[in-house]
Ligand binder design. Structure first.
Ligand SMILES: C[S@@+](CC[C@H](N)C(=O)[O-])C[C@H]1O[C@@H](n2cnc3c(N)ncnc32)[C@H](O)[C@@H]1O
Length: 237
């Protein structure tokens, strides 16, 4: 199976590529008191849902959206075409350039590792700059379903564990909130409808990949009050 090609077929045409809502972005912007002519990076922007929300909330801000996968870069560019304050770049978020007042990263920092990623991003922050990132979190001791759901992310911890990884990077926690329940339901409802259209295609590899995604959704359904992201607002000490 051509895995990148298959991933592109599965994850094309979605509203976003992980759970999260415009309300989360608005909460972070308000909580950090952001306004005016600031500079923002959306690191691992996927198809650009949050870049568009940031641009609408902060029309004077300059937003650079970074994504490594070409098909998502294309989708983000199409979505943000009418937003003059958004630039979408294909690139590696491990090497961010510039001095940003906010680095926003929904469901992406874990690809670098929280501590490693924050250490790398420190130099790309402006004087009082902050990072907002969502990160898988355990809400209690994991039962079998929760453990199976997060099998491919063995570094997952509870909230205290995330805070310890933040502190290891010499950052401080400003605030956090949980993303659990309804935002995941909205994400998976749209994803499931998308998978249903792919299931109709006569391609055994695609069907196998769809079935894997459907198993992920079934696991989430069975443990939906225990599967969460924590949205963390942090700043260098
Ligand atoms: C779970 S998706 C979330 C996408 C988007 N932030 C959202 O919430 O809809 C994570 C994204 O991070 C991107 N990503 C992972 N590692 C990256 C890297 N080193 N540089 C740029 N993008 C990366 C992936 O390609 C993927 O699009």
């Amino acid at each position: 199976m051509n895995e990148p090609g298959m991933l592109a077929r599965i994850y094309t045409g979605l509203d976003r590529e992980g759970p999260g809502e415009p309300a989360d972005v608005a909460w972070a912007v308000a909580r950090l008191g952001l306004s005016g002519r600031i500079t923002i990076c959306d690191a691992g922007c996927g198809s650009g849902a949050d870049s568009a929300t940031l641009a609408e909330l902060l029309p004077q801000a300059q937003i650079t959206a970074i994504e490594q996968l070409p098909h998502l870069v294309n989708e983000a560019r199409a979505r943000c075409r009418s937003l003059a304050n958004v630039t979408v770049r294909q690139g590696d978020m491990a090497d961010l350039a510039g001095r940003h007042d906010l680095i926003w990263s929904a469901g992406a920092l874990y690809f670098l590792g929280v501590t490693e990623g924050l250490r790398r991003w420190r130099g790309a922050l402006a004087g009082n700059g902050a990072v907002a990132f969502s990160e898988p979190v355990l809400l209690g001791p994991p039962d079998d379903t929760v453990a199976a759901f997060w099998e491919e992310y063995p570094a997952i911890t509870d909230l205290d564990g995330i805070v310890a990884r933040i502190e290891a990077a010499d950052f401080e926690l400003l605030d956090h909130r949980m993303i659990v329940g309804a935002p995941w339901a909205r994400y998976y409802t749209r994803f499931e409808a998308h998978l249903a259209t792919l299931r109709a295609e006569d391609d055994p590899d695609l069907r196998a990949a769809v079935a894997m995604c459907e198993r992920e959704i079934a696991m989430w359904r069975a443990a939906q009050d225990r599967i969460a992201y924590a949205l963390m607002l942090v700043r260098p000490r």
